[in-house]
Design a protein around this ligand. Sequence first.
Ligand code: PMP
Length: 301
Amino acid sequence: MEERWVYMNGRYVKKEEATVSIFDHGFLYGDGIFEGIRVYDGNVFRLRDHLVRLYESARSIMLDIPLKIEELEQSVVEAVRKNELRDAYIRLVVSRGKGELCLDPSKCNDPQVIIIVDQVRLFPQETYDRGLKIITVPTRRNVPDALNPKIKSLNYLNNILVKIEANQAGVGEALMLNGDGYVAEGSGDNIFLVKKGILYTPPGYVGALEGITRQAIMDLCERNGYTVKEQPFTRHDVYVADEVFLTGTAAEVIAVVNVDGRTIADGVPGPVTQHLLKEFRQLVTVDGTQAFPEDAAAKEK
Ligand code: PMP
């Protein structure tokens, strides 16, 4: 097996030897933030956007990342190069660090910055070809004035409960509603629907993470002449949509063909979804930061 190196606060440690303290508040309380990022053919997809979201999450929870954004950007690229992976999944974690056995973060003076670069666990092609069956679950999305879903924090219990409910129902993903009954997002992805040629996705204030893939899809819509509206919608709107799909770093663009036992339109991935997936797969290799610029230069010759 290939050796994998984990970046830990400026040093590289072998994957098997990379550990954090049991007194780290990330472990004790979920006190920290993270990003999941993909590398496609050496291109770290929208790295800057991921970092901006990370630094915004940090500001919101008052966690000082001990690196400038440019330095962290450089470290991510370096970690990809060090692991020699041209197609990879990156998990970037910043935890509050070691503290005492009490909530008080003022006792934590050693934030941990960790970059894991590993192989991607791809969804089977069948998922993209056939589409997903999903459900909505009783667990509601965190309300924005408790723990704002725009913060990509290490506290993912809300989403984990949703995943448990999805597993128990034997489906691959589930939707959360917000406190008012509007559709928020999946356990690990954003939702879009298509109705009469127009795309809709819930606005951030409904209670969803502002996904990097979601934004990429909105950009692709603009480029391809589709109208997208950030507008709240209900389960009923999902049931009667012409197409429904999920977006996320791991999921990319996955069609949803059945929701709560209701077949969506004809029950197969629709043309807009398929078109956007095709466009997305082209975008991901060019939009971002090249980790192996010498390869890209050689290709151009
Ligand atoms: N919502 C949640 C709750 C997520 O965990 C994710 C995955 N990061 C997304 C949406 C999709 O975001 P992105 O496209 O940035 O991966």
